[in-house]
Design a protein around this ligand. Sequence first.
Ligand SMILES: [Zn+2]
Length: 95
Amino acid sequence: MGTRNPDRVPISYRRRKCETVGDMIHQGWDVHSRCMACGTLFRVNLRIIAKLKGAGFSIWNRKDRCRRLGCIGHVEFHGRAPDMSWHEVLSTPEH
Ligand SMILES: [Zn+2]
């Protein structure tokens, strides 16, 4: 616990070095997703995504359907690199 680092790295800068799930696994990111409708939190297993979609798959700016039964909402992905204090939405304004 402590004060926020004033010159912390913006998430859009991190994306440049961490575009794919392969990069995220390599750099030790922890990722979960949260439904914007029902608020359910899902653990995201990057290794399973890499196995299913390939290591070059990207989850930036991606919204998936909520997996909770009966929910028609969408989840957004939140990620945390080992040197980050908390998860941030994996979304950047560019492309
Ligand atoms: Zn939901």
